[in-house]
Design a protein around this ligand. Structure first.
Ligand SMILES: Nc1ncnc2c1ncn2[C@@H]1O[C@H](COP(=O)(O)OP(=O)(O)OP(=O)(O)O)[C@@H](O)[C@H]1O
Ligand SMILES: [Mg+2]
Length: 244
């Protein structure tokens, strides 16, 4: 449970990528970021995670300014970044092992989840022995197994088939209600954003700038797939913002 504030972030490579991005997430709030390909969404998460330094602006968690990589945040980058030389269970339990929790205990803590994630039996395989979707689920599991209270997720379900995707979405929704994580999700999927988020931010084409934001008032535990089908006004307003 941590409040995240991102006031006025700007960033350039040769050209300007992000232009005064401004948003915040209250403790336990679920934020989604939508925007056209190349508008700087992954760049923004890299900056929040402390992997890139912004030209202008700061990041705050619970009022404290972040300088570089912080244990307060867990980040699942767009490329899964499992370590090829570690088995899946050693990858998944890495955040715990980095916290000085013994390897055997760290394995014990994550083991029970392999079934729900459909990677049961792959604990002692290496990433190259798994499909893209399985690697993505392993990377997702690793991120949520971290003890950090702010999760940064960059298209975590992009490589999954529709059934698995909806299972993982429900799993994330439940986890968040149970543990109260503050979540920033980057996605291209409007339905996913509406189903999961408390607030959605839409970015413009590069340089990315917040052009629209919308709050979803229905409490997370009252949402279901019928509700999502009926939420046409919200979805249309997001569509319209993305088309500009
Ligand atoms: N290392 C780099 N050097 C120069 N330009 C880069 C670098 N990395 C990314 N870019 C450029 O920055 C822009 C934003 O990239 P970014 O990956 O943040 O986009 P994105 O919104 O996440 O896109 P997608 O939805 O396709 O994942 C792109 O135009 C990209 O070409
Ligand atoms: Mg990206």
């Amino acid at each position: 449970m941590a409040k995240l504030e991102v006031p006025n972030i700007s960033f350039s490579y040769d050209t300007k990528i992000l232009d005064r991005i401004n948003f915040s997430a209250a403790s336990g709030e679920f934020i989604s970021i939508l925007g056209p390909s190349g508008c700087g969404k992954s760049t923004l998460l890299n900056i929040i995670a402390g992997l890139l330094q912004c030209d202008k602006g700061e990041i705050y968690v619970e009022g404290e300014r972040l300088m570089g990589i912080s244990p307060l945040l867990a980040y699942m980058p767009q490329d899964d970044l499992l370590l090829p030389w570690r088995t899946i269970i050693d990858n998944v339990s890495l955040p715990l092992q980095l916290k000085k929790i013994g390897r055997a205990e760290a394995h014990e803590r994550v083991k029970g989840h392999f079934g729900e994630f459909g990677i049961d039996g792959y604990e002692y395989k290496y990433p190259r022995q798994l499909s893209g979707g399985m690697r993505q689920r392993a990377a997702f599991l690793r991120t949520v197994m971290s003890t950090a209270k702010v999760l940064l997720l960059d298209e975590p379900f992009a490589a999954l088939d529709a059934m698995t995707r909806s299972k993982m979405q429900d799993w994330l929704a439940e986890l968040r209600l149970k543990l109260g994580h503050t979540i920033v999700l980057v996605t291209h999927d409007i339905d996913e954003a509406v189903y999961l988020s408390d607030r959605i931010y839409v970015l413009s084409d590069r340089p990315g700038h917040v052009i629209f934001d919308v709050k979803i008032d229905t409490p997370p535990d009252e949402r279901n797939w019928e509700w999502l089908l009926g939420s046409t006004t919200i979805k249309e307003s997001i569509h319209r913002a993305l088309e500009h």
